[in-house]
Structure formats: structure tokens, C-alpha cells
Design a protein around this ligand. Structure first.
Ligand code: ACO
Length: 511
């Protein structure tokens, strides 16, 4: 089925409409040139935008997910049996995850990013000549010098005039690439072409408590002016030096992680970035803005869903504390938090609040509809693929677009990005109707089809999942090998790692 939909005679658009054909790109499929509207007389300048463009943001989006996944309910049973403990509910309810995507050694970060970009170009009929910048965000490295961005040239034809490189800062790389790309489009050197952000990661942990918070996925965004999802010209960043999660061992794919510290660092960064963004939005007025004032939709970096739930709840606490800081009474809706809101006015109270289990129980009773109202439409991909590190927030953006489409018009979408080490930014988008018709929320909604892809995946047993991770361990960092994984591990027609030569260079082809 998957191979059949992508014959050489299939038009690009039709291929994009096949229910299960999402990752069945085949060699020889002709790419249509960009629309006449976008290219002026064959030159590379877009006709309707001057440098210094406004409403810069996401014009088009694609998601790549691995073909295979493991059920978290099965993983918690097997891990529990091995540890001689009952772990029923720990990964599903405790971490809030349903499934976890994974790849064997037949995929590496370069092939994964190529697949995300391939799908973007194909599904939206983008000619590589229309692109002036490609920036990659990832923390998965297979080479200390040759950047993943350079491998993407396999898809960019003879266009060599393409700015951009690979950005790394744990799970923040995709956001850094997005902010850089938007800045390029807004800058005086912008030449009218599109920027593309490609971000993704293979998140794998050694056996132990962190392993169920792994995952894999990638996203490609087309960035330009007059965007249906335009970036709000205001944001706030929290950057610091913490050692919560890092990868110091070149011969291991696994990070060193202090799980509890990473949770606190995440929440501390959220406090700072969210409060800063609220202050910037209030612009010195006396108004006390709350999370529902800030955005009708909320997206978070999502290592696992429970942390997303806890993050949203924490924003209620920060809102209550802001009323106290402004000398105003805590509103009735947040009355249960009055004591904690007062405690948050001291550094000791803030520290205690990060780990206090009683506070978590109180928070879960405040505005209980908030999660369903504000977050649930953007959480369903990451609950089924797990953490995709640099892509995690952006996968959620795609989930929201696919779920809501045109309903996002005139709505603010708040996005919180966190990368260990650490840097975090609270930023946002506004849904809008573009002045020109090539890209729209509706087109993205129709084109993404990530739910179809998730449903078309192959379920693997826990044994198969572990065998794939062992396989990755055995070839990681090595040269002169052909991947041990099966061709069937990869979607038909997709890019895969064919060989690592004796000199360490990598060769890719399509499965
Ligand atoms: N049924 C239901 N819930 C359960 C069960 C059960 N049987 N057992 C445990 N739980 C709950 C716990 O109460 C806890 O929930 P809480 O947070 O509401 O208290 C949750 O499941 C997790 O249990 P813990 O005992 O806290 O889990 P553990 O310490 O074993 O590991 C952790 C969790 C720290 C997240 C680990 O998986 C990890 O280190 N992951 C990688 C680090 C990470 O993702 N950090 C996030 C930010 S940085 C980044 O993105 C990489």
C-alpha cells in the first residue's frame, strides 16, 4: 500500500492526499515548480513582500515519525516484571504517555531530517530554488563537524545559495533555528526566498527510569512573511548554566541525566519565561493578565505528558502570585492558591513549590477544564511518539494545526520551549488569514495528516524495541558497517542509512 501510492506517475498533490502514503516518497517523482505568484519572472524575489516583512511565521509544516512504536502499557509491565515491582500505570498514568516511537540503526538523524524535509517539499510543491535558508535544530550528532544541514542538500537540487547551519542546545535547537530563520526573513539582507527549519531527534536513554521518556520524531517548517501562523513580535527568554541533562560521552548515544533536577530546571525556566512574557504583554499597565488572557492555546516542550500537565497547572500558581505581587486580591477561581501565592513572594517559597506534592494536589483542582480547553488539541502526537527533543514543541504545533486548522484564526497560541543546559523561551503565534493564497491554516490541516501516519505505524513488542536499541548501541560511533536493522523498519520510499564507509562518511538511499 505504502509503496503503491508513490509511483513515478503519481502527481505530487495526489500523493499528498493518499491516506497512508505520507512517507512513501519515491525516487523520480517530479516536483512542480513554485507558483507563478511566488516567483517573479524567474527571479528569486517574491513579488508581494519587501525586505523587513511582517507577519513572519509558519507557512507550511510536515511531521516525520518512525514506522515502529512500543505500547507504554506493555513496557511498564515488562519493566515491572524484571524489577520485581508492579509498575502498572507508571508510564501511562504517571508519565502520561501512550506509546513511544523508535528507530533501529537503519535510520540516523540525517535520514530522519531528510524525510521531514522531503515531505515538506513534496506535499506543498515547493521548488528548492524558492529556498534561501535551511537551518537545522538537533542534539543528535553523528559527526563532530559535518552538519546535518549539509546532508539536506540531497533534496535541494542545484541550489547552492542557501544560508543556515545546524544549531544545538539540547531540546531548544529547533526553536533557535526557528527564531534565527524568522529574523532572517525580517532582516535587511532577506532576498525574498523562504527559510526552512528542520528539527528532530532520536531520544534514547540507557535502561532505567529515563528510558520510558525516550522517543523520536522530526518536523519541517516553511518560514516566510504573510504567514497563517505568524509569530507574535514579543517573547521572553530564560538562559542559565545548569547541568541537568548532557551528553559528555562521544561513544555513547545516551545522555547523562539528573531527572529530578531536570524537572526543577524546566519549571524554573517556565516561571521566568512566562512571567517575563506576561510583563512584556502587559506593557507596564496595572492589568494582571492570566494564562487564559495570554493564549487560547498552549504548547509546551513535552518530554512526557505529565510534565506538560504540571506546567499548565504551574501557570495558575504564577498567575495567583502575580495578583499578590500587584497588591490585588487573588480571584475566587484561584482562591485555593492564596497561601502559596503569598509564599511565592519569597525565594524559599519558590524553591519549595517545585517539589511539594500537596501543592500539586491543590493545583490539580484549580480550573480543571484548562487542560482540555487549552492544551489537549496539541498534545496527541507527542503522547504517541514520546520525546523528540528539539522537535517536541514543534510536533505539538503541528498537532494543534491538524486538529484546529481555520479555528485558530485570530487566536493566540502560546509556545514554551525548553532545552537543558539550559535555555527556554516563551513565545507565541497568532492564527491569521494570509493576504495571498498559496499557504493557509486549512492547507496545513489537510496536508499534515499525522494522525493517519500514527495509525499506519507498526506496533513492536518490548523485545523488538530493546533489540533495536541494542543494535543502535552496537553500531554507534563505528565506521565501516552496513546497518543491522531491517529495511522493513523504515517507511517504504523513505530515506535510510545505507552504509557507513571505512572513512566514517555516510551513504543514504531510499528504502
Ligand atoms: N501508577 C501511576 N502513577 C505512578 C505509578 C503508578 N504505578 N508509579 C509512579 N507514578 C507516578 C509518580 O507519582 C510520578 O508522578 P508525579 O510526577 O505526579 O509525582 C510519575 O509517575 C513518575 O514517577 P517517578 O517515580 O517520579 O519517576 P522516576 O523518578 O522513575 O522517573 C523521570 C521520572 C525523572 C522523568 C525520568 O523518566 C527521567 O529522568 N526522564 C528524563 C529526563 C526528562 O525527561 N526531564 C524533563 C525535562 S528535560 C528533557 O526534556 C530531556
Amino acid at each position: 500500500m505504502l509503496s503503491a501510492v508513490r509511483s513515478a506517475t503519481t502527481t505530487v498533490r495526489a500523493a499528498g492526499n493518499q491516506a497512508a502514503g505520507l512517507f512513501a516518497a519515491a525516487k523520480g517523482v517530479a516536483r512542480k515548480a513554485g507558483s507563478a505568484e511566488a516567483l517573479v519572472g524567474g527571479s528569486r524575489a517574491l513579488s508581494h513582500h519587501a525586505p523587513g516583512s511582517t507577519s513572519v511565521g509558519i507557512l507550511a509544516a510536515s511531521v516525520y515519525v518512525p514506522k515502529r512504536f512500543v505500547e507504554m502499557s506493555e513496557l511498564e509491565q515488562v519493566d515491572g516484571a524484571r524489577a520485581g515491582k508492579d509498575l502498572t500505570g507508571k508510564y501511562t498514568k504517571g508519565l502520561g504517555q501512550d506509546q513511544m516511537g523508535f528507530v533501529s540503526d537503519v535510520e540516523d538523524i540525517n535520514s530522519i531530517l531528510m524525510n521531514a524535509l522531503d515531505k515538506l517539499l513534496l506535499d506543498y510543491e515547493i521548488d528548492p530554488k524558492e529556498i534561501g535558508r535551511v537551518e537545522v535544530g538537533t542534539e543528535t550528532f553523528v559527526d563532530k563537524s559535518k552538519s546535518s544541514k549539509t546532508h539536506l542538500h540531497a533534496l535541494l537540487g542545484d541550489n547552492t545559495d542557501i544560508e543556515g547551519a545546524t544549531v544545538m542546545n539540547a531540546c531548544y535547537g529547533g526553536t533557535a533555528a526557528l527564531l534565527n530563520s524568522a529574523a532572517w526573513v525580517e532582516s535587511s539582507v532577506w532576498d525574498g526566498r523562504y527559510a526552512v527549519v528542520v528539527t528532530g531527534d532520536i531520544a534514547v536513554y540507557e535502561p532505567g527510569p529515563a528510558r520510558p521518556t525516550g522517543g523520536c520524531g522530526a518536523v519541517a517548517f516553511l518560514v516566510g512573511p504573510d504567514a497563517p501562523l505568524a509569530m507574535i513580535p514579543r517573547r521572553h527568554t530564560h538562559s542559565s548554566d545548569v547541568t541537568d541533562f548532557y551528553k559528555p560521552h562521544p561513544m555513547s548515544e545516551y545522555p547523562v541525566v539528573d531527572g529530578k533536577l531536570s524537572q526543577t530546571c524546566y519549571l524554573r525556566a517556565l516561571d521566568s519565561a512566562y512571567n517575563g512574557m506576561v510583563d512584556r504583554t502587559a506593557k507596564g499597565s496595572d492589568a494582571v493578565l492570566t494564562l487564559r488572557d495570554m493564549g487560547a492555546n498552549w504548547l509546551f516542550h513535552s518530554p512526557y505528558n505529565k510534565l506538560v500537565q504540571q506546567s499548565l497547572r504551574r501557570l495558575h500558581l504564577l498567575d495567583a502570585a502575580r495578583f499578590v505581587a500587584h497588591g490585588k486580591p487573588v480571584p475566587e477561581s484561584h482562591a485555593a492558591l492564596a497561601e502559596w501565592a503569598a509564599a511565592l513572594q519569597t525565594p524559599e517559597g519558590v524553591v519549595k513549590s517545585y517539589t511539594d506534592r500537596d501543592l500539586d494536589k491543590i493545583l490539580s483542582q484549580v480550573d480543571p477544564a484548562a487542560y482540555a480547553d487549552l492544551v489537549a488539541d496539541g498534545d496527541w502526537i507527542s503522547k504517541r511518539i514520546g520525546n523528540s527533543y528539539a522537535a517536541a514543541l514543534h510536533v505539538n504545533t503541528c498537532a494543534l494545526i491538524e486538529e484546529r486548522g481555520q479555528d485558530l484564526l485570530d487566536q493566540n497560541v502560546m509556545a514554551f520551549s525548553y532545552g537543558s543546559g539550559a535555555i527556554a523561551t516563551q513565545f507565541g503565534y497568532t492564527g491569521r488569514e494570509p493576504l495571498h493564497g498559496r499557504f493557509s491554516l486549512e492547507r496545513m490541516q489537510e496536508t499534515l495528516r499525522a494522525r493517519d501516519t500514527l495509525d499506519a505505524r507498526v506496533k513492536a513488542s518490548v523485545d523488538e524495541f530493546e533489540a533495536s536499541l541494542s543494535q543502535r548501541e552496537s553500531t554507534y560511533g563505528r565506521a565501516d558497517f552496513v546497518p543491522l536493522g531491517s529495511q522493513d523498519d523504515v517507511w517504504q520510499g523513505c530515506w535510510r542509512l545505507k552504509q557507513v564507509k571505512a572513512d566514517g562518511s555516510r551513504v543514504y538511499d531510499r528504502s
